[in-house]
Design a protein around this ligand. Structure first.
Ligand code: MTE
Ligand code: MO
Length: 226
């Protein structure tokens, strides 16, 4: 009887030991590893409130586009010495990054202030060697959308193509991988899902909304019908 008691006690101790090891033995102690909690957008910059990436009204001509980044190429074409094609990583890693809080005003009457981060379009174009005959920069997008600017607007200003908004990766709905931050221009000039930057001498070129009556300059200061 006594022997059985000792045996039972030994088994119990062994079981408790195994159980305790199972519970705690294989887990790392607190504070030794970092668990990513997902990216959270910033909502304040230099003392000013920012809008959220969710404050946009989604009204793209064909709805959100979902680009396969392994297949993605950004092409610089047209009146350039060397037509050039970049992968996503080349665009993000080969150029200096800039950050700026800029407001997008849609002609529908809403606006959003976002902290944009990206590369200057003129830096990207410079790689391809723009020719003197180039007068217009036409942007093409994955959904077939286009818009254009006089070449001076792009080459004389620090216009960025953003890959981040409020310090998170550009969401698909907002133009991943790259959306143009067309500062001082109406929202329809802020082309999303950019796939091609074409240099042209066609000063009468009109993009998707411009062809449908919206101002070609797209200057906010001038109103959108002119
Ligand atoms: N490729 C593409 N870019 C686009 C558009 C579009 O339909 N396709 N819409 C434009 C318009 S009208 C606005 S106001 C801005 C912001 O649109 P969102 O709110 O749908 O993001 O994106 C612009 N860029
Ligand atoms: Mo818009």
């Amino acid at each position: 009887m006594k022997k059985l008691g000792i045996f039972a006690a030994a088994v119990s101790i062994a079981l408790i030991a195994v159980f305790a090891f199972g519970l705690f033995g294989c887990q790392s102690s607190p504070g030794t590893s970092t668990v990513p909690l997902g990216n959270v957008e910033v909502r304040e910059y230099q003392g000013e409130d920012l809008s959220s990436v969710n404050d946009f009204r989604e009204n793209s001509i064909k709805g959100p586009q979902y680009i396969d980044i392994d297949e993605y190429q950004l092409q610089v074409t047209g009146l350039v010495e060397n037509p050039t094609s970049f992968t996503y990583d080349e665009v993000v890693n080969d150029f200096t990054h800039y950050q700026k809080a800029v407001i997008l005003h849609c002609v529908e009457g809403w606006s959003v202030k976002i902290l944009w981060e990206g590369m200057q379009v003129r830096d990207i174009i410079a790689r391809a060697g723009p020719l003197d005959e180039a007068k217009v920069v036409i942007f093409h997008a994955y959904d077939g959308y286009t818009t254009s600017f006089p070449i001076e607007f792009i080459m004389d200003n620090p216009i960025i193509m953003a890959y981040k908004m409020n310090e998170i990766e550009m969401p698909a709905e907002r133009g991943y991988p790259f959306a143009l931050v067309a500062e001082s221009k109406w929202g329809y000039k802020w082309i999303k899902w950019v796939t091609q930057i074409e240099l042209s001498d066609d000063i009468n070129y009109k993009g998707f909304w411009e062809e449908r009556g919206f101002s070609n300059s797209g200057n906010i200061s001038e109103g959108y019908f002119n």
